[in-house]
Structures are given as C-alpha cells and as structure tokens.
Design a protein around this ligand. Sequence first.
Ligand code: URA
Length: 257
Amino acid sequence: MDSTPDTPPRDPRDELAELTAQLRARLARYVACGAWAAPGGATSRAEAEPAAQAPVREPNRLAQLRTELGECTRCKLHSTRRSIVWGVGDENAPLVFVGEAPGEQEDRRGEPFVGPAGELLDKMIEAMGWTRDSVYITNILMCRPPNNRNPQPDEVEQCLPFLNAKLQTIAPRIIVALGRPSANTLLGTDAPISTLRGRFHDRHGVQVMPTFHPAYLLREPDKKRDTWNDLKLVMAELDRLGIKPPSPAGDSAASRG
Ligand code: URA
C-alpha cells in the first residue's frame, strides 16, 4: 500500500522486510523451476531423487522469516486481528497442511487450527500416524478476516510471499491443501475443490493433495470418507518415498475411536 496524505508513512523497516520477503520468494520460484542454483548447489525438487536428497536448509530460517514479517500492516486485516497466526509444527516436516485463514479461536490464541475444525484436523493427522508436532500446519492468510469471510485477493497477495518462503524453507515432500481457497491459491486455479481433490498436483516440484476443509467436514460428515481416501493417497506416497510416520497409521487413539 502506498502512503497517501490520509495514511501515516510506513516504517522503512517494514518496507525493507517486505521487499526482502518478496525477493526471497522470487528466488525460491527460480530455484524451484530450475532457473537458478540454490545456495549450496541444490537443484529443483523435481530433479531430486525421492527421499535421497536432504534439502539444504538455513538454521532458524523460519524464525528469521517471522522476524522479517514483524508486526505486519501490509493489508487491512491488521486493523481487526488480535494475533498474527504464523504456523506450528516441525520446520523439517515432510508433510505440511495449509488451511485458509485463522478463525476466532486461532486469532485469540495465535496458533492455527485450535478450534473445532482444528480438533478434527488433529484427529485426521493422528489417524495417518503423524502428530501436530511432527507435521507443519499453517494457513494462506496469517490474520483473521472479519466474520471469517473468504480471503480477498489483496490480502492473499501480501501473505503469499511469506507462505512461499515458509514452504521453500520447510521443503516438504507433500502439501495437503485444506479447502478451496487453499487449493486455489496454492495451485493458481479457481476450480472447485470437488474437481481438484483425489489426485496429486505439481507445485514447483512439490506434490499437493487438495482435500475438503475440516470445517466443511463438520457440516458435511458424509464427505469424511472421500477425505480419508485422499489422505490414504498421501500416506501411500510418503511410504513410496521412504518417509515413515512417527507411529504407524491405525495405531493412534484417533483411528481407534
Ligand atoms: N480454519 C482454517 O482454515 N485455519 C485455521 O487456522 C482455523 C480454521
């Protein structure tokens, strides 16, 4: 947003952090499509052998990114949010879940997926043999839209460089996109979730599985079977890549009851 006579000038440190995040995201895109060699000589994920190549990661990179984000005022949501909801989990996780945006409870607590939809997501993750701590969970937007309305394009535009930088840092093998806004943003399409789910889509060499959002499943429990089928494809692909969950699927309390 440009400064106008009605708005105070922006803090130059915020502007610098924003430019840095955008530059990093652009370089990440170049690396992902093979147009630029990553530091350390890594090539695109698409060229990497399954499971064999450990991605080159800068230590504490997620914490650095969070510092670059600062007390973000890049879009209008800053004026109604209580917290910036960054993300939670293992920054080396092979499996990342991306939701839409924080809801009321997430906004209060500063952590993604801690309300009713989050409880269901935790059960889904545990039924797969993983835990909240061993995957990474984040959202397209880091601030709650008023009344939980859908993310707007200008808000997505400001948050996306940080999401891209997070994903570049974590370098997961699989991303599960929860719900249409997440799948549409990650895949650059406006197709309905029902036509996207059930198969992997390539995103710069990372496989994305779109599936139904847990909040939708709370309203439409009949869709849980389809969702579980999508997650079973994720589990099978991780297995094919030689990536084992911390506890085998089916052993967890979630899958027992
Ligand atoms: N719904 C989302 O998409 N994300 C959250 O963090 C909570 C609810």
